[in-house]
Design a protein around this ligand. Structure first.
Ligand SMILES: [Cu+2]
Length: 442
């Protein structure tokens, strides 16, 4: 056994891949037991039981991987494997992920931590893990063929490096990337600052999630892996609304949303009722002089953003991708525009031939949110979700920031829908509406 000191000086050298061989039987026995998650629930923040203290993050519909300390090294065990992921009640898909779910568990460490990450491959093909955004020895960067040999099925490799800078990062395969990311292989990574950092404010609530996209035909359960642009399932952490949990906060909290994009297109993430600042990226904390208030931040492919805001308005505030096609669930995009087309007569004729036929879209598509067409099994309606005032007409990349005065510190339980104070909800005007005056008609 090498001493730790020898090992870390070795890992610091270019060519640290020498230590990333498949481990011996003896070393296997020393592996941390892999922790496997069974559900898509949001787990409460995992308080560190050892090592340097930090304020943990909350992974939306996800969890943080437990670690163990061994001779001053933080050890994790990731298992790459096929998983069944529930996107929302009524829709499950066959994905690839880590430790039972897609995305994999969030990894949380502290700046300066010495890390050892065991990666066991239970996929039918080889893989590697790239630690996106990290400063590390080149041989730990996880690029198949370039910085290491690939991890064949059934083998376990070891990655060892020091978490050198604090920030918002992610991990994903760098082997057969197109297929493995299309199948859901990715995970979040947060490195907490070791000491108070003038550019990192302490957040009261710190949420993280990855943007991901899949192409799953209605009625089927396995993504098409060759799709480049025409995805139909737009997810946050492999969940779609109404399957995405709300971000529950206490009035006055400093809230952080860390978002990474592993889809094939950009996503303008839009928050209602508040302004945020971009306080960090995968490049690190942003200089204060660059910060300005925004309500939408466009996140490009492969980018990460850390959005901070003070939750000082009570209510249920939508947070969503501003591309309207991304707040819908599976639909065909070859639906013709039917607005203004009178279909009633036609519908009657078709109904004679096709029982159960429904006309669609004559008055816009909002009616889609309430009509219940027969759908293939394992398929969500394209616009769904029930709110306190009726159908929400939303799917995909949509959730709700629930700001509550009485939410207890550290309590993430869903408080239900906001109870609006009397006189603060848009209401119907019951008087006479004068005819509109149009230019030129006077
Ligand atoms: Cu989007």
């Amino acid at each position: 056994m090498k001493s730790r000191r020898q090992f870390f000086s070795m890992a610091g050298m270019v060519g640290g891949a020498a230590v990333a061989g498949s481990v011996s039987r003896v070393a296997m026995a020393a592996l941390p037991e892999p922790v496997i998650e069974q559900t898509a629930q949001t787990r409460p923040p995992l308080q560190p039981s050892s090592g340097r203290p930090y304020r943990p993050v909350t992974t939306l519909n996800g969890w943080t991987l437990p670690f163990r300390m061994r001779d001053g090294v933080k050890e994790f065990h990731l298992v790459a494997e096929p998983v069944v992921r529930e996107f929302a009640p009524g829709f499950k898909a066959n994905l690839w992920g880590y430790n039972g779910q897609s995305p994999g568990p969030t990894i949380e460490v502290v700046e300066g931590d010495k890390l050892r990450i065991f990666v066991t491959n239970r996929l039918p093909e080889s893989t590697t893990i790239h630690w996106h955004g990290q400063r590390l020895p080149n041989g730990m960067d996880g690029v198949t063929g370039l910085t290491q040999p690939t991890i064949p099925p059934g083998k376990t490799f070891v990655y060892e490096f020091v978490a050198r800078r604090p920030g918002t990062f992610m991990y994903h395969p760098h082997t057969d990337e197109m297929v493995q990311m299309a199948m859901g292989m990715m995970g979040f990574w947060v490195t907490h600052p070791r000491t108070p950092n003038p550019l990192i404010d302490e957040a009261d609530r710190d949420f993280c999630f990855l943007l991901n996209a899949f192409d799953i035909d209605p009625g089927s359960a396995t993504p098409r892996i060759m799709t480049m642009l025409d995805f139909n399932i737009w997810g946050w952490n492999s969940r779609v609304f109404p399957g995405i949990d709300p971000l529950v906060v206490r009035l006055g909290d400093r809230v952080r949303m860390r978002v990474g994009n592993l889809t094939m297109t950009n996503h303008p993430i839009h928050l209602h009722g508040h302004e945020f600042q971009v306080t960090g990226t995968d490049g690190g904390p942003t200089p204060r002089s660059t910060r300005r208030y925004e309500v939408t931040e466009d996140i490009a492919v492969g980018q990460m953003r850390q959005l901070d805001f003070i939750a000082d308005e009570e209510g249920d505030w939508a947070v969503h991708c501003h591309k309207s096609h991304h707040t819908m669930n599976a639909m065909g995009h070859d639906v013709p525009t039917m607005i203004g087309v009178e279909q009633a007569d036609l519908a009657r004729k078709i109904s004679d031939l096709v029982p159960g036929y429904m006309e669609m879209g004559s008055h816009g598509m909002d009616e889609m949110s309430t009509m219940r067409m027969p759908l293939p099994a394992n398929t969500l309606p394209m616009m769904m979700g029930e709110g306190p005032f009726g159908a929400l007409g939303m799917g995909g990349m949509f959730s709700v920031v629930k700001v509550r005065r009485n939410q207890k510190r550290g309590d993430y339980t869903d408080p239900g829908w906001f109870k609006h104070p009397p006189g603060t909800v848009a209401y119907e005007y019951k008087g006479e509406v004068p005819p509109p005056v149009r230019g030129g008609s006077r």
